[in-house]
Ligand binder design. Structure first.
Ligand SMILES: NC(=O)c1ccc[n+]([C@@H]2O[C@H](COP(=O)([O-])OP(=O)(O)OC[C@H]3O[C@@H](n4cnc5c(N)ncnc54)[C@H](OP(=O)(O)O)[C@@H]3O)[C@@H](O)[C@H]2O)c1
Length: 295
């Protein structure tokens, strides 16, 4: 019984050391270590190569090294008997709430406009709103979306959610289903997306649905990039239907150097940094799930 770490783009040794600091009795291997594939019962994965899991005949559980499960959901070698975990520590949720709040305040307090005015060497004071004047639609109301909804509501914004299942989160209505989308989209001043990568959500925000948006809406996406059809977003910004966008995630990452988003004055981008996983917090969750799956 042992853990194997396959974390593309991350320092596996750092993760191994963090798990060992918590519990030196858990055997943990990185691809650099010598181990027998038959020992591995728990695999921690981040963008692992397809086919990798065929090596591990005794696998009981797999764990995503982050909140996203796309790389695990699309792997046909994760058999139905294998338990799937993901890591969403409180520190990651806090960082996502911080990012969402910053992006909302950026648009709500018109910092995008003031940056433009500064470029034009113009001194102009724009009217100031209150949060109660601003309707924010949050798409995705899972672990992260719910925390964002609660925080924005507490700040006084008028918040509605959209997810798979209709419900209430405190006094916030969570709408559900494609049939609810036209009305939901038409009500918002700011649309904030924190949806996962799912086949049925790909290109959800496309030319057809952009037509439902209030003209001049501001868009924020910190979930997964493929929910927006990027060519349609560029057209919508050019026409003024969407005034500006604040994006942390993209259909293809890393964004190629020639991507039009880099130099677009109305598209504010960050390189998928809304929340980086804290290794010690992640190690605590991995150790907990390892023990759970070996009881
Ligand atoms: N930018 C970053 O640095 C960063 C960091 C961490 C995570 N993320 C991304 O954030 C995403 C959300 O994280 P989370 O922990 O909140 O995920 P989660 O708990 O799995 O929640 C997913 C949400 O999406 C909704 N949803 C799923 N499929 C849907 C569908 N077909 N139609 C409508 N709604 C659907 C779910 O609806 P129900 O609630 O009704 O089931 C739920 O509200 C992750 O998947 C990850 O990709 C990004």
């Amino acid at each position: 019984m042992a853990i194997a770490l396959f974390l593309t783009g991350k320092d596996e040794t750092q993760w191994q050391q963090a798990i060992h600091r918590l519990d030196p009795n858990i055997p943990v291997y990185t691809p650099k270590d010598a181990f027998s594939d038959d020992q591995i019962t728990f695999a921690v994965l981040w963008r692992h190569p397809q086919g990798l899991l065929q090596r591990f005949k005794n696998l009981r559980a797999v764990c995503s090294a982050g909140a996203g499960l796309d790389h695990i959901r699309t792997d046909p070698d994760v058999s139905p008997g294998v338990v799937v975990y993901r890591i969403v520590p409180d520190s990651l949720i806090r960082a996502m709430v911080e990012y969402a709040t910053y992006a909302v305040l950026f648009f709500y307090r018109r910092f995008d406009k003031y940056a433009e005015l500064r470029q034009q060497q113009k001194w102009l004071q724009l009217p100031q709103n209150s949060p109660a004047d601003i309707r924010i639609g949050v798409m995705g109301a899972g672990k992260i979306g719910e925390a964002i909804i609660r925080h924005l509501r507490q700040m006084g914004f008028v918040v509605t959610g959209w997810a798979k299942h209709r419900r209430m989160i405190s006094d916030v209505v969570i709408e559900a289903g494609l049939q609810a989308l036209p009305q939901f989209l038409s009500q918002q001043d700011i649309l904030l997306m924190v949806l996962p990568a799912e086949r049925e959500l790909r290109d959800l925000l496309n030319e057809e649905r952009i037509k439902y948006l209030k003209k001049g809406i501001r868009l924020i996406n910190l979930g997964r990039g493929d929910v927006i059809r990027e060519s349609d977003l560029l057209m919508a910004i050019a026409s003024g239907q969407i005034e500006a966008a604040f994006l942390d995630v993209f259909a293809t990452e890393p964004l190629s150097g020639s991507h039009p988003f880099y130099n677009h004055p109305r598209i504010h981008i960050t390189p998928h940094i809304a929340a980086l996983t804290d290794v010690d917090d992640a190690a605590a969750e991995i150790a907990k799930y390892y023990r759970q799956s070996h009881q």
